[in-house]
Design a protein around this ligand. Sequence first.
Ligand code: HEC
Length: 174
Amino acid sequence: MNSRWIAAALAGALMLTPLAAGAQAVDQAQADAGMELFKPTGANCEMCHAWTGGGRWNDTPFSTVPATGPSLITSTMTRAQMIEVIGCGSVRGDAVMPRYRGDAWTQQFPCYGKVGTSATADERPIPGERQLTAAQIEAMVTFIQAVYQGKTMTLANCEKYFGPKSKGCNLLRK
Ligand code: HEC
């Protein structure tokens, strides 16, 4: 698996420039809705990906304790790939990315080219804390791409996440 992550990191570094240059205007309302869903009060993606999206656990900004989930900052996934992995979930060794669509792995929403009966139990990960609609998953991905993927955490985004004056954002204050 290591080589996969190294390759992904390299590809990510090479892709930053074209991504930034070709970036489209962010749908802010969608990104904000996605941020709410990322929180423990939403679908709780934070539990495994950390609030920074960096896959470092706990509330201390830039903690070095690894989380269960990979970094969304260095993710090289396309929008479509993210929509699929969030809807379908994914299992990697002992680490599980839950599935967030109720109809995932059915004819309605096949996952990685498979549907229920042809998939082993391992390939159909546990459902997430709550199910998300297609529109909510779109919003999640807009948020991830606007705030995490290839980005550096800003004080503005931190305060948006935790609220103004939050101590959790101290490391980002000059
Ligand atoms: C229980 C822990 C857990 C939770 C909760 C969780 N994830 Fe994940 N996530 C993972 C793991 C583990 C992987 C890696 C799966 C793999 O490589 O097969 C992953 C992978 C991903 C990826 C693909 C990243 C990449 O480049 O490989 C995205 C995007 C993602 N998660 C988004 C989310 C979103 C959005 C939520 C909330 C709706 C969420 N995750 C909730 C554990 C979690």
